[in-house]
Each structure stands twice: as structure tokens, then as C-alpha cells.
Design a protein around this ligand. Structure first.
Ligand SMILES: [Zn+2]
Length: 116
């Protein structure tokens, strides 16, 4: 998490520097069109990085929630030893979904329907 915030701070610093130079070039562009073009480019780059930094954070939160949701679906708790078991190892015996715990060997019926 600290790495992400450091990146965000870096993004803000870089965009601030770019925008600062954009203003400097704009002020110096009175008789020079090339400087005006450079200034416009720096403005675009500065705002581009600012936009990238601002849009990155909520995206990462969404990805994290998706991963947490998947983990919840794919695991099942053993009633004997409370170990988390992989739901893909579930077997249907006589129409009843059952699990054999790979940690304590306990076999139990899966009463709770898995939520996809
Ligand atoms: Zn167990």
C-alpha cells in the first residue's frame, strides 16, 4: 500500500513540475511559436499524469474487492478442524455434495449452497 501512495505522490510531483514548466514556457512564448507548442505539450502531459494518478486509485480498490469475493466463493470451512478447503475438491455422493478434509480426513456433507 505504501508503494501505491508513493507512486501517487510521485505522479502529483511530476505533473506539478510539468505544469510549472508549461507556465514558464507560456510566459516566454511571446515571440516564439515553438515555445508555445512546447508549453501546450507540457500542459497536456501534466494534466495527463494528473488524470492517470487520479483514476488509478479507485480501479485498484475494485480489483481488490473482486479478489476477495473470489476467495470467499472458492473456500469452505471444515466443521471438524476449521481448515479452509478448496471448493473444487467437492464431490457429489448419492446426490449430496460432500467434502473430504485434506487436513484431518473428516468427511462431511456440504449443507450450505455455494454462492456464485
Ligand atoms: Zn478438517
Amino acid at each position: 500500500m505504501s508503494e501505491v501512495s508513493a507512486k501517487t505522490v510521485m505522479g502529483y510531483i511530476v505533473s506539478a513540475v510539468l505544469l510549472f514548466f508549461a507556465v514558464v514556457f507560456a510566459l516566454a512564448s511571446a515571440y516564439d511559436t515553438l515555445r508555445l507548442v512546447t508549453s501546450a505539450f507540457l500542459f497536456l502531459a501534466g494534466f495527463g499524469i494528473l488524470y492517470y494518478v487520479r483514476t488509478q486509485k479507485p480501479m485498484q480498490i475494485t480489483q481488490k474487492l473482486e479478489v476477495l469475493g473470489k476467495l470467499k466463493v472458492q473456500t469452505l470451512e471444515c466443521p471438524n478442524c476449521s481448515a479452509f478447503l478448496d471448493i473444487s475438491q467437492m464431490k457429489i455422493a448419492k446426490g449430496v455434495p460432500s467434502m473430504k478434509c485434506s487436513y484431518c480426513g473428516h468427511t462431511f456433507e456440504v449443507t450450505e449452497e455455494p454462492k456464485w
